[in-house]
Design a protein around this ligand. Structure first.
Ligand code: AMP
Length: 493
């Protein structure tokens, strides 16, 4: 394979027999009275957490669940969800997290595909639905009863045992279940903990959804691994973020760009400066927003990159320049390869998943000689900072020339009258595809002229990259993590 460049992070040494749950139990077993989580006024220490997860696991075992069985978990962030999640992993069960905004059809697909034996679900209305899809399914509310029962064997999973099947968002076809093992999950959390100097004195404000690898695999698993603590929130609420940071002495916040956009518009933004680390990821953080956060809030946000399949792979440095628009360098234990012609990012390392659940062909197609093909395009600066330019599938080819949508988005949304923008290619007889921009206007402004936008963009972009048409919309279609769903833009023409 023709390669342009391979860059590697520092070595990540993990003892052969180490597992995710094994590491947690070690770090939480000391100083049992130390505060671990708080949620809605309820505080739980390390000792009670280990005890509750063990009792929950005992109850799940007495329902007949055996190591290797899949368990669907669906609910908004809560302490009960965290306890159930950890109990399942300690028992050797395989978690299938579900986005609570799934439709009935989406849920039915997931059941059909992952064939779980149990479902722990908050929404009452889903209980009946789940049983109508599979009458053998053991369905329980998230707060599994914790009556005393026989003690099952806990924390015996082996490093290569599956621990999680995380479904990809499925923007181009049916979602695929990425299988992570005890070891890949451990490597993913450990690599970030090392890179960001995450220690037991840290307190994370965690409002990212726990059904996604960012909130769960990094935020939750990392907290348990380092023995730190977390203030858990049901979801993102700007007021709660500001009030809890101040009240709870938090030291870290992990967010996605749309959260930072909401925060920077608030006059309390400088409160973020009390944190030692603010991280952004899951979608590009516009360079302009990065700068505003610095100017208005005094925060130098650290941007990182990753995928459900690989966990986090590239991060700006904790110490050193956090470059706006770039995602930085490979994390410890990760190797990155940028393919010469396509500029696709390929990843190798211990945090990479083991394949798609019951999809051998898709698994084979997604690897090239042991490297996972991310489907993202990137470039690398002379000093090895990686910049993600977008998805290969979203590349626009107009008049035979390549346009990377992300670059155009950034320029258009920096226009003072435009709040948000996303471009996509639309079929055109003349150009093959033409660049069209979907825009949301700033408050109080209702219209804008295409000629004006083109004139503005021509200061920064080559002429073939400048949108030929504009579509003004009220909001851009985004997923739960604020990622723009480009394939849905065309439905809004
Ligand atoms: P998911 O599997 O839902 O975590 O989505 C992974 C995808 O999100 C990647 O393949 C990228 O396209 C995108 N992504 C994640 N982080 C970033 C980032 N910092 N900048 C640009 N795109 C990102």
């Amino acid at each position: 394979m023709a390669t342009q460049l391979v860059i590697s992070g520092h070595k990540l040494r993990i003892p052969d027999e180490e597992t995710l749950v094994g590491s947690w139990v070690k770090s939480l077993g000391i100083e049992p009275e130390r505060k671990l989580f708080s949620f809605n006024g309820r505080v739980i220490d390390r000792g009670s957490f280990l005890d509750l997860t063990s009792k929950t696991a005992s109850n799940l075992a007495s329902s007949g669940l055996l190591p290797g069985d899949r368990v669907l978990i669906a609910g908004e962030n809560s302490l009960d969800l965290v306890i159930s999640h950890v109990a399942c992993l300690r028992l050797g069960l395989v978690i299938v997290p579900v986005n609570v905004s799934y439709t009935e059809a989406g849920l039915a697909f997931l059941i059909e595909d992952s064939k779980p034996r149990a479902a722990l679900v908050d929404q009452e209305e889903w209980h009946e639905l789940l049983n109508s899809i599979d009458s053998d399914l053991f369905v329980s509310s998230m707060a599994v009863e914790t009556r005393s029962g026989p003690n099952p064997d806990l924390d015996l999973a082996k490093p290569e045992d599956p621990a999680l099947i995380a479904y990809t968002s499925g923007t181009t076809g049916k979602p695929k279940g990425a299988i992570h093992t005890q070891r890949s999950l451990l490597a993913g959390a450990l690599s970030v903990a090392r890179a960001w100097e995450w220690t037991e004195s840290d307190r994370l404000l965690l409002c990212l959804p726990l059904f996604h690898i960012h909130g769960m695999g990094i935020g939750l698993h990392g907290t348990l691994l380092v023995g730190g603590s977390a203030v858990l929130q049901k979801g993102f609420d700007k007021d709660l973020v500001f009030s809890e940071i101040a009240e709870n002495n938090c030291s870290m916040f992990f967010g996605v760009p749309t959260m930072y956009q909401r925060l920077v518009e608030d006059e309390r933004i400088s409160q973020l400066a009390s944190l030692r680390l603010c991280v952004s990821g899951s979608a590009p953080l516009p360079a302009d927003l990065h700068q505003q956060l610095k100017d208005k809030g005094g925060v130098d946000v650290l941007e990182r990159y990753g995928t459900t399949e690989t966990m986090l792979t590239i991060s700006n440095p904790y110490l050193g320049e956090r470059r706006a628009g770039s995602v930085g360098f490979p994390l410890p234990g990760v190797e990155i390869q940028i393919e010469e012609e396509s500029r696709e990012v390929l990843v190798r390392g211990e945090s990479v998943f083991k394949g798609y659940w019951s999809k051998q062909k898709e698994t084979n197609d997604s690897f090239n000689s042991g490297w996972f093909k991310t489907g993202d395009i990137a470039e690398v600066s002379d000093d090895n900072y990686v910049t993600i330019n977008g998805r290969i599938k979203e590349l626009i080819i107009t008049g035979g020339l390549n346009v990377y949508p992300q670059e155009v988005d950034e320029v258009i949304q920096a226009h003072p009258e435009i709040a948000e923008a996303a471009v996509s290619g639309v079929e055109s007889q003349e150009w093959g595809e033409e660049v069209v921009a979907w825009i949301v206007m700033e408050k109080g402004i209702n219209s804008i002229n295409i000629d004006e936008v083109r004139k503005y963009a021509s200061q920064y972009l080559a002429s073939y990259k400048i949108p030929k048409r504009l579509v003004i919309v009220k909001e851009l279609p985004r997923n739960a993590l604020g990622k723009v769903l480009r394939h849905k833009l065309r439905e809004k023409e």
